[in-house]
Design a protein around this ligand. Structure first.
Ligand code: ASP
Length: 448
């Protein structure tokens, strides 16, 4: 059995929906279909999920929300009209949204999750109705009916491990195509709880694991994953095959074709993921598998938005417990760090900026006071560039190629790190050098 997931751009309007319907109906194995909310139809367009968040903002401020509500309903109305859908759904959608607004009057987090989930929920109902109208046996299943039970962390839910078997039992009872909204589950009390943004990929992975799918096809608007960001490098090579671990490293530093949390449910069963293009379904796309034949470097990614807190203290290397005390301070502030390169008397700690709520300098003062460092400084404009590839383990001179490319392009390396698995090399650079660095590294490994 194949589980397919269609991202926002693949279900953004009637034309795209017809393409996805054709993809699922021409292959009997494609039985379970996860859909996102309608995404952008053109560059300046707004995703339905973002329209729903705008609606939430108005409700929260107790302001008139008619315009925002109408914008959401109009998106679905125009899709339904273009599909010549006979089932009248728009009034149902309207009362569902108004119902949430009333019900969760005093529960902003519940309201936000319920509204955010509606883009996927309405789209799944609409697509299921359309496919039934075409004469194909199709069932819409909500996460509640599926028993897709998640933790009660609004906007950041995690699947409950008992859910997989329960979902499988529900699915086994149903014939024909099953359309499921992505992006959310329900808690033990049946309240809607969403995954983090882009989380429909996670729903697809959960379903794949539940039904022990042969393959998880993830349809998007590109024919697979590129070796570098196509907005920076012209016509980058596309990757035919990469492992879960390589994908994780690449998405860590900015590749966002596939949600990194979505790999987790697939890992244990080793279910392959095929990233495919709704607009070019015959293209083989990119396969993500547990293992593969190792070759050199597969990709380079780079992400800005890091800060480095640098500390020096004379005889730091002899002070037992220094790092523990540093990490304790971070833990007390609920901050997770990314990297910690160190010297004999100095240590830097690299943290994503989004970990701070305006408390960066408060933290710095606290470190200074509690650890009595000689010097402490902050660099706020750090980007992390990752060079990823299984094969690097056995190759000699991979780092040399990178440092040479940096030197030739006058890029200052702030730090270097290589994990023990040798699957990636990480370079800290200044944000201003980001584009130049990605181009230089891509050229060094892929065009030389
Ligand atoms: N619609 C949600 C978002 O925009 C989830 C998804 O598309 O995967 O984040």
């Amino acid at each position: 059995m194949i589980v397919c997931k269609f991202g926002g751009s693949s279900v953004a309007n009637a034309e795209q929906i017809r393409k996805m319907i054709n993809i699922i109906n021409t292959n009997e194995e494609r039985r379970i279909v996860i859909v996102s909310a309608p995404g952008k139809r053109f560059d300046q367009d707004v995703k339905v999920t973002d329209l729903l968040i705008q609606l939430y903002d108005k409700v929260l401020l107790s302001e008139n929300y008619d315009i925002e509500l109408t914008k959401v309903l109009n998106r679905f109305e125009s899709i339904a009209q273009e599909l010549e859908l006979k089932t009248p759904l728009i009034h149902l959608f309207e009362s569902q949204l108004k119902g949430y607004i009333q019900k969760y009057n005093n529960h902003p987090l519940r309201l936000l999750d319920a509204l955010k989930s509606s883009g996927e929920d309405f789209n799944a109902q609409l697509i299921a109705a359309f496919n039934s109208q075409l004469g194909v046996k199709t069932t819409y299943l909500s996460p509640k009916e599926l028993q897709l039970i998640v933790s009660d962390e609004p906007g950041n839910a995690i699947i409950h491990p008992d859910s997989y078997d329960k979902i499988n039992q529900v699915i086994q009872e149903i014939d024909g195509k099953i359309i499921i909204p992505g992006f959310f589950g329900v808690n033990e009390n049946s309240d809607i709880v969403t995954f983090s943004r882009g989380g429909s990929d996670i729903t697809g992975a959960i379903l794949s694991r539940s039904v022990h799918a042969d393959i998880y096809e993830n349809f998007t608007d590109v024919s697979g994953i590129f070796a570098a960001n196509p907005k920076i490098v012209d016509n980058p090579a596309s990757i035919h095959n990469l492992t879960y671990a390589e994908m994780r490293e690449l998405s860590y530093a900015g590749f966002n074709v596939f949600h990194d949390e979505a790999l987790m449910p697939l890992y244990k069963e080793g279910i392959p993921v095929n990233i495919k293009n709704t607009n070019e379904p015959e293209h083989p796309g990119t396969m993500i598998t547990k293992t593969r034949q190792s070759v050199g470097v597969v990709g380079v990614s780079c992400d800005a938005g890091f800060v480095s807190i640098n500390m020096t203290k004379y005889l730091m290397n002899r002070e037992v417990g220094f790092t523990r005390k540093l990490l304790t301070i971070l833990e007390e502030h609920n901050i997770s760090y990314e990297h910690m390169p160190s010297g004999i008397d100095d240590i830097s700690i690299i943290i994503r900026k989004n970990q701070f709520n305006d408390n960066l300098y408060e933290l710095v003062t606290e470190i200074q006071d509690r650890l009595h460092v000689d010097d402490i400084s902050v660099e706020e404009d750090i980007a992390i560039l990752m060079i990823v590839g299984l094969g690097m383990k056995t190759l000699i001179g991979t780092a040399n190629k990178a440092t040479e490319a940096f030197r030739n392009n006058h890029i200052n390396i702030k730090m270097i790190n290589q994990g023990s698995s040798e699957i990636s090399m990480m370079f800290g650079i200044y944000v201003a050098d980001e584009k130049k660095a990605v181009k230089a590294i891509y050229d060094a490994y892929f065009t030389a």
